[in-house]
Write a protein that binds this ligand. Structure first.
Ligand SMILES: [Zn+2]
Length: 227
């Protein structure tokens, strides 16, 4: 069974690196979720071992993933049912021990299972709180401006959350498209002989000549690509 088959999803932990052993095991004074005693994790990957060695004594944010199910346990997604190892150091999120906005549901608890397992799929990276907050604000702005009003039969909080999540996933986390990309037709444009940028439009009838969507002339069918 490979790691990707396991039901448990990767989690983030914070702590101070006490030591990195020669057998690629790291001892961590874990501060989030808080543990009474140092905890040892196997480190996956020699590059990561060297990197974490260089950070001994420092506070780090780490992503851990499940390696295998413990004896006599089921593949049930609960933290305590697996052996975990360190997969990466999460550098973009500095530790915030007293962050009041921290959602306790997201806190992994190594010795006890969380009350509600996180709902994001295994490959979803941890959300960026600042970007999420900005998406929330935009959602509220669009609702109050009447651009994306509350649909009939929906309650406000659910609508705000839906818009926030859609803005975050479809806009904030969307890959950057190349220059001259056509967002209307979701197609890349190519440069013509005269320097303009366009892409071929689907024909309306079989007999139509080739027509193009040219940058700066969106909404028009341009039949001479040389234009
Ligand atoms: Zn287009």
């Amino acid at each position: 069974m490979t790691t990707t088959d396991l039901q448990a999803i990767p989690r983030n932990i914070t702590g101070i690196i006490k030591s990195v052993d020669s057998d690629n095991k790291m001892w961590l004074e874990q501060t989030k979720p808080k543990l009474e005693h140092p905890v040892g994790y196997f480190i996956r990957g020699t590059e990561l071992v060297d990197h974490l060695k260089s950070l001994e004594g420092q506070i780090v944010n780490l992503t851990i993933g499940p390696d295998r199910i413990k004896t006599d346990r089921a593949d049930d997604g609960n933290f305590a049912s697996y052996w975990w190892s360190i997969r990466s150091e999460v550098t973009e999120a500095p530790p915030k021990p007293d962050d009041p906005t921290d959602d306790p549901i997201d806190d992994p608890t190594p010795d006890n299972q969380p009350k509600n397992p996180p709902q994001n799929p295994p490959n979803d990276p941890p959300p960026n709180p600042a970007a999420l907050g900005a998406c929330h604000n935009h959602a509220v702005d669009f609702i109050t401006a009447g651009i994306l009003p509350l649909p009939e039969g929906r309650e406000l909080v659910g609508w705000v959350r839906e818009l926030r999540d859609r803005f975050y996933r479809d806009i904030n986390q969307a890959p950057l498209m190349p220059l001259h990309y056509c967002y209307q037709h979701d197609e890349e444009r190519r440069q013509g002989k005269n320097g303009g940028w366009g892409h071929l439009l689907p024909k309306e009838t079989e007999d139509d000549e080739d027509s193009y969507c040219i940058e700066g002339r969106e909404g028009w069918r341009v039949f001479d690509a040389g234009q």
